[in-house]
Design a protein around this ligand. Structure first.
Ligand SMILES: O=P(O)(O)OC[C@@H](O)[C@@H](O)c1c[nH]c2ccccc12
Length: 259
């Protein structure tokens, strides 16, 4: 099943998509299986798996620190993919890898696509790779049906939005704030028209991400998007073994008003 199909069937069943982001190797790679299976059991649509990186330019303090802890545990792209592969047969939902470009190029695009596929990766986010450069890895990804997801920012001019929306695969990642990842309490109040505009450029699901950290925000964003991605709040809750918080966020996506 492709990422787009999985997202669409989750949304069609009358719910909004909910995609938690986790930092692979925060707490050690040995807990990765349990974390992923437990999130799957809660009913999440997909899981964004972050690969720790030494220079995470898009990341705010919560994710940056989780990355540092994972790096201190000796975690890298290769051992994350190897760890995922061991229990891939138990994972029924798509995984989306979030990694910067350098580790992929060092791995080799074809070898990466092969190993990522075997690890259950069906989508990829590469925040430091502009659309214009995606040909360096796109063919290899397509051969394995790994969707390359594009991020659309609030400040993208109309022409750029149209281009990114047309090129995106799996879903469109609509970044809801200007700046880096991390929980926020205030959002711009003209996000609804921005999302409506995005939907007009593509038939793909549009997911909102960046800054979302409460059940109320999950519901609010669900009212004008196809679902949400929650990173920093999940990373923080996992670090404190606070599954109650995680459950309340997932539940909110099931209440979100369906448009
Ligand atoms: O942490 P937040 O504010 O909830 O935002 C999601 C985000 O963490 C996750 O999708 C992500 C983590 N690192 C990234 C880098 C680029 C784009 C997206 C991401």
């Amino acid at each position: 099943m492709t990422l787009q199909t999985a997202m669409e069937s989750a949304i069609k069943s009358g719910e909004k998509a909910f995609v938690p982001y986790i930092m692979a190797g925060d707490g050690g790679l040995s807990i990765l299986r349990e974390t992923i299976l437990r999130l799957q059991h809660l009913g999440v649509t997909a899981i964004e798996v972050g690969i720790p990186f030494t220079d995470p330019v898009a990341d705010g303090p919560t994710i940056e620190k989780a990355g540092e802890r994972a790096l201190a545990n000796g975690v890298n792209l290769r051992n994350v993919l190897a760890a995922l592969k061991e229990f891939a047969h138990e994972v029924k939902i798509p995984l989306v890898a979030m990694t910067y470009l350098n580790p992929i190029l060092a791995y080799g695009a074809a070898a990466f696509a092969q190993d990522a596929y075997e690890a259950g990766i069906r989508g990829l986010i590469v925040p430091d790779m502009p659309l214009e450069e995606s040909s360096i890895i796109h063919t290899e990804l397509s051969e394995k049906e790994i969707s390359l997801i594009q991020l659309v920012s609030l400040t993208s001019p109309t022409e750029r939005i149209a281009k990114l929306a047309a090129a995106s695969e799996g879903f469109i990642y609509a970044v809801t704030v200007n700046g880096i990842t991390g929980a926020r309490s205030v959002f711009s109040n003209d996000l609804a028209p921005h999302f409506a505009n995005l939907k007009s450029y593509s038939a793909l699901p549009v997911l909102a991400g960046f800054g979302i950290s409460t059940p109320e925000q999950v519901e609010a964003f669900g009212s004008f998007s196809d679902g949400v991605i929650v990173g920093s709040k999940i990373v923080d809750a996992l670090a404190h073994n606070d599954w109650e918080t995680i459950e309340s966020l997932v539940k909110a996506s099931k209440h979100a008003e369906v448009n």
